[in-house]
Design a binder for this molecule. Structure first.
Ligand SMILES: [Zn+2]
Ligand SMILES: [Zn+2]
Length: 368
């Protein structure tokens, strides 16, 4: 079928809107008519060459839309079903079998390589030029996307598409970090570094979990204000002095949980210095330098029983967690609308620029 996609052709360059051709769905595949798609930092990292995705490519991995065609053997959804599209997983490896699909042994391949096991890909230009597709099993910066039965989740028709789309990656990551990965104890304390959309989703998750203390570290005043509005009990401006000192002025023994969304080594070090006994630190933010590391004081770490864990997609099992988040939104407990700014799909470059300037937290593109 023919569709229109925003194609990434060159690193650090604008997306170009182009007509594309998408293959018919094979076994286990589905075609989704996209209603909305969020823009996530990972899309831009892929465009700019920081990830192993070959250009030209159709990116986009927070899609929401309506199933139009299904391949052989698909039973979870049928044409006409509205779905959110999330990360893909193989369904067969030890992690998938253990109910931890975000740690799928094929995650990198399925997210970034854009090729089926036989090496084929489903997208070309109308001139026959091959484009990398299947980005996170979707490539949803387009009017239609080829996804998989495994990475679509049925969603209700009475919630706006711009609310549903970002649940597929950024927001389930932040909320899942609190509710699933760290499984924070009600009444405990949480420190969140960075009040972008992922960090603010963690703050909202902390409110859902009824944490007693939620501290957000954020350099921008407007984002600190929003963190307070969304339920943070305290905010810290890193320019106001050493973060660990500021944290201990609020929680003298240190915090029970900390989440980094920055990927900045100095920030992670400040979290490690802010922990109490048996604390848990979750790492979400992807560092600009793949070699980035932090020193670990062995004796402090073992004596205090501190756990440091990496977090992908908030340990979400999307078929369960995305409906949970939708219910929380409907109950007014997960106000995604406070984070989202919509743009028409053909204004994708304006949306990227606005996010780059820090004017919007979670840009979501709408098809008309
Ligand atoms: Zn797997
Ligand atoms: Zn993402």
């Amino acid at each position: 079928m023919e569709a229109t996609a925003a194609v990434a052709r060159e690193p650090h360059s604008a997306f170009t809107l182009e007509p594309i051709v998408i293959e018919n769905p094979r076994a286990g595949e589905v075609i989704v008519e996209i209603e909305a798609v969020g823009i996530c930092h990972t899309d831009l990292a892929a465009r700019d060459g920081a990830l192993p995705t070959a250009l030209p490519a159709v990116l986009g991995h927070e899609g929401c839309g309506v199933v139009r065609e299904v391949g052989a053997g698909v039973t979870k959804v049928a044409p006409g079903d509205r779905v959110g599209i999330t990360f893909n997983s193989c369904g067969q490896c030890p992690s998938c079998n253990a109910g931890a699909p975000s740690y799928c042994h094929q995650f990198m391949h399925l997210a970034y390589d854009g090729a089926r096991d036989d090496g084929s890909g489903p997208i070309t230009t109308t001139e026959g030029e091959k484009l990398t597709g299947m980005f996170f099993g979707q490539s949803s910066f387009a009017t239609y996307a080829l996804a998989f039965e495994r990475n679509v989740v049925k969603v209700p028709t009475d919630v706006p598409a711009e609310i549903l789309a970002p649940l597929g990656c950024g927001l389930q990551t932040g909320a899942g970090a609190v509710l699933k990965s760290l499984d924070c104890r009600p009444g405990s304390s949480l420190l969140v570094a960075g009040a972008g959309s992922v960090g603010l989703a963690a703050v909202m998750g902390g409110v859902v979990r009824e944490l007693a203390t939620i501290i957000a570290i954020e350099p921008h005043a407007s984002r600190r204000e929003l963190a307070l509005e969304l339920g943070a009990t305290h905010v810290i401006d890193p320019a106001a002095g050493p973060v660990a000192d500021q944290v201990r002025a609020i929680a003298p023994a240190g915090v029970d949980y900390a989440i980094d969304t920055s990927g900045v080594p100095a920030v992670v070090e400040s979290l490690l210095a802010s922990m109490t006994f048996h604390g848990k630190v979750g790492l979400i933010g992807v560092p600009a330098n793949p070699e980035a590391s932090v020193p670990l004081t062995i004796i402090n770490t073992l004596a205090m029983g501190v756990t440091i864990t990496g977090i992908i997609e908030g340990d979400s099992v999307p078929d369960e967690f995305i409906p949970e988040l939708v219910e929380l939104y409907k109950a007014g407990k997960f106000p995604v609308d406070k984070l989202v700014t919509t743009f028409p799909f053909d204004k994708i470059n304006d949306a990227v620029d606005a996010q780059h300037r820090g004017e919007v937290l979670k840009p979501v593109l709408l098809q008309n």
